[in-house]
Ligand binder design. Structure first.
Ligand SMILES: C[S@@+](CC[C@H](N)C(=O)[O-])C[C@H]1O[C@@H](n2cnc3c(N)ncnc32)[C@H](O)[C@@H]1O
Length: 219
């Protein structure tokens, strides 16, 4: 955390944001986990999808390209990344909306969304925000709607543990350690989600990235 911002920015420090896209491509096997996440979300016409902590907008653009008839909104507290995301979407020629806000603000419309997604966000937020974020994402979904999260999760092997230390040095131990111990499914359950599943675990040079899915129960 910096003392000027009340969140951890995309690349750990605000002055490194311009290098975020390049860094993610180099150190996370980005193509592999983003394509896997897209297949899991399976966006389709009529979907209303929110990307929480959308960052520079790479995944919102992928969602909209995959399903032109879906409504896609990106949410992020950082005005700098939102400007970059808007420029990326404009360059790609896709019509997506952006809002400034935290995960805890995801319920700006209640029970309105078919899908909520989030990638590489929850490892870098405090425990209280992880809880509030999942609760707000739950409220934002229609009954029967699905949550899809790709993030550093349980680090199962000494090699992945050691690799994840690089992220921990950048994003801080307190926020990242609960993820490494596998807390995310528990927090999803606490928020009310059911059918929680760690669908994939992808090893990367900075630790393993887990793809989770969960559902807001139908009424
Ligand atoms: C590592 S980046 C991931 C960006 C994007 N989702 C991606 O896949 O490239 C983390 C993002 O989470 C945002 N963020 C930080 N704290 C947040 C919070 N409490 N709620 C929502 N987003 C947050 C940051 O501004 C940053 O854009």
């Amino acid at each position: 955390m910096t003392d000027k911002l009340d969140f951890t920015p995309a690349a750990g420090r605000p002055e490194w944001t311009p290098f975020y896209d390049l860094a993610i491509a180099l150190v996370t096997r980005e193509g592999r986990w983003r394509r896997a996440l897209l297949r899991q979300v399976a966006p389709e016409a009529g979907d209303r999808i929110l990307d929480v902590g959308c960052g520079t907008g790479t995944f919102v653009v992928m969602l909209k390209r995959a399903a032109a008839g879906a409504s896609v909104v990106g949410l992020d507290p950082d005005a700098d990344v939102l400007a970059r995301a808007r420029a990326k979407a404009a360059k790609a020629g896709v019509d997506v909306q952006f809002r400034k806000g935290f995960a805890r603000d995801a319920d700006f419309e209640e029970a309105a969304l078919t899908k909520v997604v989030s990638s590489l966000v929850f490892h870098q937020v405090p425990m209280d925000e992880k809880r509030k974020g999942f609760a707000a994402m739950y409220r934002a979904l229609r009954p029967g709607g699905a949550l899809h999260v790709a993030d550093y999760g349980l680090q199962r092997t000494p090699l992945m543990r050691a690799a994840f230390r690089q992220v921990q040095r950048l994003d801080g131990f307190d926020n990242t350690e609960p993820n490494a111990r596998g807390v995310l499914p528990e927090l999803m359950a606490d928020a009310g989600f059911v059918a929680i599943e760690e669908a994939r675990v992808i090893k990367t040079p900075t630790g393993s990235i887990s793809l989770y899915r969960a559902v807001r129960p139908a009424k």
